[in-house]
Design a protein around this ligand. Sequence first.
Ligand code: PLP
Length: 232
Amino acid sequence: MIRENLEIVEKNIVAACEKAGRDRSSVTLIAVSKTKPVSDIRQAMDCGITVFGENKVQEIKDKTEEIKEPLNWHMIGHLQANKVKYLPGRVCMIHSVDNKKLADEVEKQCAKADIVMDVLIEVNMADEETKFGLSKDEVIPFVKEIADNKHMRIRGLMTIAPYTEDPESNRVYFKGLRELKDEINALDIPNVKMDQLSMGMTGDYQVAIEEGATFVRVGTGIFGERNYANIK
Ligand SMILES: *Cc1c(COP(=O)(O)O)cnc(C)c1O
């Protein structure tokens, strides 16, 4: 089933790229494997997938211990500062930086590990109470505040759009995130050059690609429905 699902997702990505006049290579599919067993991840690997997303540090630890092949793991979920220390060497990007304490801890831990971590700033575009991320207005001051951190590279913005049956209704948020990225780049903040937009999930990744997504995070559309009872 995973192979068939991946074929459908790939076809949809290609179609969205064509519609938007974009190159397929400008979009990276992140296979979101949270709650799913290593056997599922291996099936996706057999289909050529090398980029995976997880939203819990413990799962990243467990899965990277079990799977030794070189993969690109992305931390896409809400992150507590006290867990950052487990991420250097395990993930290549953190999509969910949204407060100063967390940014300072990423800086501290990555300095200690002598690496530079790629990060995205999470933005709550629809101002949903239930979601993490900065509000739109907070993003530029925040980026200026953390721009000096030498061990993180601020690569762009991430958003989780509202759950909806109608992907078109999220277009406004994807477009808004792209415009915010362009606005930040126009400010020429030292050390800040944003070239990535992480937006679009199973329900709306095609619209997100049309609006400029460089990372789409697809879970259910690849691995099927999640059963949270599987998680310790
Ligand atoms: C779970 C999750 C996804 C994938 O969601 P699907 O709707 O299953 O594609 C994407 N992004 C984040 C941050 C997630 O936590």
